[in-house]
Ligand binder design. Structure first.
Ligand SMILES: *Cc1c(COP(=O)(O)O)cnc(C)c1O
Length: 413
């Protein structure tokens, strides 16, 4: 049977299924918000919603100290601040991440450095992290990208060997597991996000958590002006500088209800993502590199990123992506437009009113214009991101895979 013409060229659209109406928030959130209205206080340290949120959180992440924050970025900033590193210290992270990973590092007068990533998991390559370690390195921030756990065993071993702190940025990987262990339990400090786009959301919010007694007892202070809310303490007598990153009770009410549904939400993402990958694998499409997932791990598919071998096609990645969209697939080119170190803020070292005090004080010689992570750059240039929505029907997933197969076969060189 001859191939159908592309939808882009007037042929039939492959994806005819549409997303069913989907409510992320419902009875559970409403019940908590309704109860909350009768509370005498909406302040985190007095209200039951933040407490309930942490109780739900600990069902999956049994971490002794945990502080709910106003965002994932805030959680990461608290984590970094709690390390109390001297200005100019370096923290190695991934060049493919959200700005939230590096914002707190820079505000603490520390230096994010970038190690290249694995071409098939898109997470930090432990060998590249090893090469990025300098005498100034004090921590590694692993980013579990798109629902895929990083190689926590290798990163934890590196951290032990070099006496580094391992921070886990779990914002995109709610429910993900490395060798049966939920992400966030291997490193020294873990951070999570409840922003609009994550698996679970309360609009904006986050959690920073740890089992490490060096950092745990101060987490709340680092997110609360360094005030001590312990009733017996001299509350407003801060010993150092810290922002206000508190979560409020309305956010916590919604986040707690969301976490109650986390297993079901994660299961829906896994159903869609693994079905999509299985269909694409079965189609054995030349020139397409699917993400590699270790069968011992659990990928929770915040989105699905796959790569095209440029030489295998007669069209560019962007043209292929446009053809996919015309077929009705929810696809977009790559993830972020360029690695974080290529953003103008880094290229121009424009961190504080056009300058970078840490460098001017001679505490670092890092120059972001010199940074190059070729694997990360190639991934962002040749990858396509397919949306994973928990309400997608099997038919919708199959049509998406069919659209992908139709388009890449059409453009095969
Ligand atoms: C979303 C995200 C953050 C920041 O979370 P916000 O809640 O938006 O501040 C940090 N790191 C990664 C990898 C993210 O995806």
């Amino acid at each position: 049977m001859p191939a159908q013409p592309l939808a882009l060229q007037g042929g039939p659209k492959t994806v005819t299924a549409t997303l069913p109406e989907h409510h992320r928030w419902g009875r559970e959130e409403l019940a908590r918000l309704t109860a909350m209205v009768d509370q005498p206080s909406l302040f985190y340290s007095k209200g039951p919603q933040c407490g309930a949120l942490l109780e739900e959180f600990r069902k999956t992440y049994p971490l002794r100290w945990a502080f709910p924050t106003s965002s994932g970025t805030a959680a990461l900033h608290v984590a970094v601040a709690a390390l109390q590193l001297p200005p100019g210290s370096e923290i190695i992270t991934s060049p493919i991440t959200d700005m939230g990973s590096v914002i707190g590092i820079l505000y603490q007068q520390l230096v994010p450095t970038f190690a290249d990533i694995d071409p098939h998991t898109y997470n930090l390559d432990p060998a590249a992290v090893r090469r990025a370690i300098t005498p100034k390195t004090r921590a590694i921030m692993a980013v579990h990208l798109a629902g895929a756990p990083s190689d926590n065993a290798a990163l934890a071993a590196l951290a032990r060997e070099h006496n580094l702190i391992l921070i886990e940025d779990c914002a995109q990987s709610w429910g993900a597991q490395f060798r049966g262990q939920p992400v966030g339990l291997t490193g020294h400090i873990a951070c999570y996000s409840f922003n609009e786009f994550k698996h679970v959301s309360c609009g904006d919010g986050g959690i920073v958590a740890t089992n490490d007694e060096r950092f745990g007892p101060t987490l709340a202070k680092w997110g609360d002006k360094f005030y001590d809310r312990n009733p017996t303490a001299d509350a407003r007598n801060p010993a150092t500088l810290a922002p206000n990153y508190r979560m409020s009770e309305p956010q916590a009410a919604v986040a707690a209800a969301q976490l109650g549904k986390l297993p079901a939400i994660v299961a829906a993402h896994i159903r869609v993502g693994s079905r999509l990958l299985a269909r694409l694998r079965a189609a054995s499409l030349p020139g397409v590199a699917l993400p590699v997932i270790d069968p011992r791990d659990t990928h929770t598919f915040w989105f699905c990123l796959l790569r095209l071998v440029p030489a295998a096609f007669r069209a560019s990645r962007d043209e292929i992506c446009a053809a996919l969209v015309a077929e009705g697939a929810t696809a977009s080119p790559g993830y972020i437009p360029q690695p974080v170190y290529r953003y103008p803020v880094f290229r121009n070292h424009n961190f504080f009113a056009g300058s970078w005090p840490v460098r001017e004080a001679g505490l670092t010689t890092v120059d972001y214009r010199q940074v190059s992570c070729p694997v990360a750059e190639a991934i962002l240039a040749d990858s396509i991101s397919l949306r994973i929505h928990p309400a997608m029907t099997d038919e919708h997933v199959d049509q998406t895979a069919d659209a992908f197969a139709k388009v890449v076969r059409h453009y095969a060189a």
